[in-house]
Design a protein around this ligand. Structure first.
Ligand code: FAD
Ligand code: SF4
Length: 500
């Protein structure tokens, strides 16, 4: 514990965000640089708890009190070594993780928690700037070959771990850019692409072979993978979006959020689109359907493209506290920590313009003679228990119908499961009850030697879970090929899987 009285003397302070008027005119990250001194002061608040609940709250099992102490002491090189011992890519999670460790922090019982995520980012950036992060090629090679399919955080983590264990790793990606949703889904103002590229360069230097523009199941067959590799890791993500099959769905201007976000990310890389192909919010009335991360990313992107008006609608209830919905409610107490808080989240995009409406169900879209969407029609709903199942159902409130002017509608309602056709059906893997890839306690699919992790296996989730899955699956695949493994496992994964 760095400073015994730190938590009594200092309050929680985050780095400042750039002014809204400035940042909505560019695509750069929203946070300003954080001076070392401020990060060290924040780290001094850590109480080095005997039972560190932050560590339990982190899906990777990050050794948070240890690196808080090192940051307080200014030992940045040791801090990044601690961080890397459980997390391959702290510069990603330090930027875009919703940080379940923070509400789990003991301090949050009666104070604000430690700024764990920002300290993680600070350690990473300090380490990159100081040259502490170097390629770590394997000392010894095995004669085993591994194919990883998909370059999101799960595939990258698995590839880096298996390569460092000495195996020859080839990672296949069907897009032109590596990084999965971090490359083509998540906008630059949350995660600039140079941050992803910097890590990819390290992996190239370590010996991982990347094959982009290679759709496995089309450009390379599954039989080729089976015959050429000792293990195959499937980390293709959850890519089938939830649709809204209401009248007017096929009108021009109604798009899946990912089509919109991908195009902007490609534009950021210098790609151009014809007027017919372009999906832009410029000068438009934009309606975003869905209140999660994807919806917030559409909102921030619309602000930067110069939307005339943005409205975000959500079918679920607004967190109920009338005055402070961003605080926990009685049925979600912090005294039973580490219970995750169900509160109204105000992201950087919401700070730039927040026009959210809850308990709203879209009934149809209306268009003009040219087939362009002009209006969204909706009804207010209440959630009622209908006695048919454990969960309440949405019931329309009579007479509450209303319309919203709409030139661009973005469907951000999540993803159902991975794409089955092609890769997965060709392998013939079994699926779980919701269509994700089914695995056993060793993270192996129903096909021997073929493993799976990340969103493809657990359903749409978070970058931190994808990295944890990638690390865990690497250990299982290593064990499968070598009989035993020195790669670190991920405790949480062993426990969760043991109960599957
Ligand atoms: C818009 C958006 C914003 C998000 N924001 C956040 C956030 O702020 N914080 C957070 O923690 N999480 C966020 N998430 C969730 C997070 O991005 C995912 O949980 C995470 O990326 C999953 O990682 P993955 O490696 O399993 O799959 P993905 O990142 O989806 O990567 C899978 C890759 O596999 C490739 N692939 C699929 N099939 C094949 C094939 N047959 N051949 C070759 N390649 C293939 C795909 O092209 C893709 O590149 C967000 C998700 C979205 C959609
Ligand atoms: S729970 Fe909070 S105060 Fe305790 S060790 Fe973790 S970060 Fe520090």
């Amino acid at each position: 514990m760095g400073k015994v009285t730190g938590f009594k003397e200092e309050g929680r302070e985050l780095p400042s965000r750039r002014p809204v008027e400035e940042r909505v005119h560019d695509w750069k990250e929203v946070y300003n640089e954080w001076p070392d001194k401020d990060a060290r002061t924040q780290a001094s608040r850590c109480m080095d708890c005997g039972v560190p609940f932050c560590n339990y709250g982190c899906p990777l099992g990050n050794l948070i009190p240890d690196w808080n102490d090192l940051v307080y002491r200014g030992e940045w090189e040791r801090a990044i070594a601690q961080l890397h011992s459980t997390n391959n890519f702290p510069e990603f999670t330090g930027r875009i993780c919703p940080a379940p460790c923070e509400p789990a922090c003991t301090l949050s019982i009666n104070q604000d928690p430690i700024t764990i995520e920002m300290i993680e980012k600070k350690i990473s950036e300090k380490a990159w700037d100081s040259g502490f992060i170097k390629p770590e090629p394997p000392v010894k090679h095995t004669d085993k070959k591994v194919a990883v399919v998909g370059s999101g955080p799960a595939g990258l983590a698995a590839a880096q771990q298996l390569n460092r264990a000495g195996h020859l790793v080839t990672l296949f990606e069907r897009n032109s850019y590596l990084g999965g949703l971090m490359a083509l889904g998540i906008p630059d103002f949350k995660l600039e692409k140079k941050i992803v590229e910097r890590r990819l360069d390290q992996m190239r230097a370590e010996g991982v072979e990347f094959r982009v523009n290679t759709n496995v199941g089309v450009d390379v067959t599954v039989d080729q993978l089976k015959s050429d590799y000792d293990s195959v890791i499937l980390t293709g993500g959850s890519t089938v979006p939830r649709d809204l099959p209401v009248p007017g769905r096929s009108l021009n201007g109604v798009h899946f959020a990912m089509d919109y976000l991908t195009q902007q990310n490609l534009r950021g890389r210098g790609e151009e689109f014809s007027p017919e192909e372009t999906i832009s919010a410029e000068g438009k009335n934009v309606i975003i359907i869905g209140g999660g991360d994807t919806g917030a990313d559409c909102l921030g992107t619309s602000h930067r493209q110069g939307a005339a008006k943005t409205t975000q609608i959500e079918i679920l209830d607004r967190p109920i506290a009338p005055l402070k919905p961003e605080e926990r409610q009685l049925d979600n107490p912090k005294f039973v920590w580490p219970e995750y808080p169900t509160v109204l989240r105000i992201t950087a995009a919401h700070e730039e313009g927040d026009n959210r409406d809850f308990d709203v169900m879209t009934t149809d879209f209306v268009g003009d003679d040219e087939g362009n969407v002009t209006e969204l029609r909706a009804v207010r709903i209440e959630w009622k228990s209908m006695g048919t199942g454990p969960r309440p159902s949405p019931v329309p409130i009579e007479g509450s119908e209303f319309t919203l002017k709409a030139d661009l509608v973005l469907l951000a309602m999540g993803f159902l499961h991975p794409q089955h056709q092609g890769l997965l059906d060709d392998f013939g893997v079994d699926y779980d009850g919701v269509g994700n890839v089914k695995i056993d306690v060793n993270m192996m699919t129903s096909i021997p030697g073929v493993f799976s992790a990340g969103d493809m296996q657990r359903g749409q989730s978070l970058v931190v879970h994808a990295i944890a899955g990638g690390r865990a699956v690497a250990r299982f695949a290593d064990e499968h090929m070598m009989g035993s493994s020195k790669l670190p496992g991920v405790k949480r994964y062993f426990r969760q899987l043991a109960t599957v």
